[in-house]
Design a protein around this ligand. Sequence first.
Ligand code: PXP
Length: 240
Amino acid sequence: MRFCLNVDHVATLRNARGEEQPDPITFALMAEQFGVDGIVVHLREDRRHINDRDVRLLRELITTKLDLEMAATEEIIQIACDVVPELATLVPEKRQELTTEGGLNVIDNIEHLRTSISRLHDADIAVSLFIEPDINQIDAASEIGADLIEIHTGNYANALGEDNIFEELDKIRIAAKHAKKLGLGVNAGHGLNYLNIKDFNVIKEIDEVSIGQAVIARAIFVGLEKAIKDMIGLINSASV
Ligand code: PXP
């Protein structure tokens, strides 16, 4: 299972003072040295953390892969087509939310997403759709030409009580298997951390996890190298 690091919150901290440090680009380059498989950033409409310059610099400088999380809006699609990340992950975006709150409703937005995917494909960008572990949403993602899905793991991460946790995890397992059968790549993310990653590194259909908060938070205490290497160790400890 690959591990891609979301560095949005390094930019959140930088922007808190409107100055230059900590620099998310340097952070991303160091993270690559410590073994991550890719860098994820979300260029939000309100630019609350990552900005256009960050995306362009990352595109020039990183040597793993760039996963650009984005809403399927005209402005951001144009930027993506210009920057050409290896992967565009389409997410729903609301101005008031603190973080992405759930998966895309592919079924209700099917024509818009079909056109968005096709425009990104024309620019040679692979496209992932961030969706709930829901068979109908996965079928719709496949039908409109997504290359992969990212399963939203937030409901699992927030679930309380063994039964609820098991139920959410089961949905993810079933969804991952279903997506793989359809030939889709399978990523997973949101709310994954050093404790719950053990439930994911045994799901062989999951190709990649996208993690931000837990690793950035740990890096503040123990340093980036240890935070990354600890996560890689956990991911590899049960990989099949
Ligand atoms: N995947 C997607 C689509 C996200 O929006 C986020 C949050 O930015 C993540 C993964 C990472 O979530 P977390 O910061 O909780 O690890």
